[in-house]
Ligand binder design. Structure first.
Ligand SMILES: [Fe+2]
Length: 162
């Protein structure tokens, strides 16, 4: 499905950003000066545009898959786990962003939060790519594609995060 491919492209983009982010974290841990401009750009991304991807999943794949599994209007099966992880990631990001504000006085708290966020997000993407998306692709009606792509467009249009 084009919609699932689009979500996978988001994943690939995010994994690339996480790679750069991780290298920067390691630099700081080694006591080297990090590119603060690059760091700020990455943190801005994780405080803005990044979350549109979660909105897209939560308004299309997750509810449809829950319906298919038999949850009626409620999240069910692996969707419950994915939604939980979305919440954990939202909270982890909040802690990371607020730790960055004190970067000058204590970079350790920030690097530890950033490591945590990076690890969680990589693991989460892996689960969606290896388990959830293949399940959605093989079990859901592919004619949902147009509707989902329209929903994605609307989410992008209504966002004010650029
Ligand atoms: Fe995702």
């Amino acid at each position: 499905m084009k919609s699932l491919n689009s979500l996978s492209e988001d994943h690939n983009e995010v994994l690339k950003i996480l790679e750069t982010f991780y290298q920067t974290i390691e630099k700081i841990e080694d006591g080297k000066a990090a590119d603060q401009k690059k760091m700020k750009d990455i943190l801005h991304f994780f405080n803005s545009k990044f979350w549109l991807h979660f909105d897209k999943e939560e308004q299309t794949v997750f509810p449809e898959l829950s319906m298919y599994i038999g949850g009626g209007g409620k999240p069910s099966g692996p969707v419950v786990v994915m939604l939980d992880e979305h919440q954990v990631l939202r909270e982890s990001n909040k802690r990371m962003q607020s730790a960055y504000k004190n970067f000058e006085t204590d970079s350790n708290i920030f690097t530890s939060e950033a490591r945590n966020f990076t690890g969680l997000l990589r693991q989460h993407i892996k689960m969606e790519e290896e388990m959830l998306f293949p399940m959605a692709d093989s079990s859901l009606d592919h004619s949902l594609d147009d509707e989902w792509l329209k929903t994605f467009e609307l989410i992008e249009k209504n966002s004010d995060t650029s």
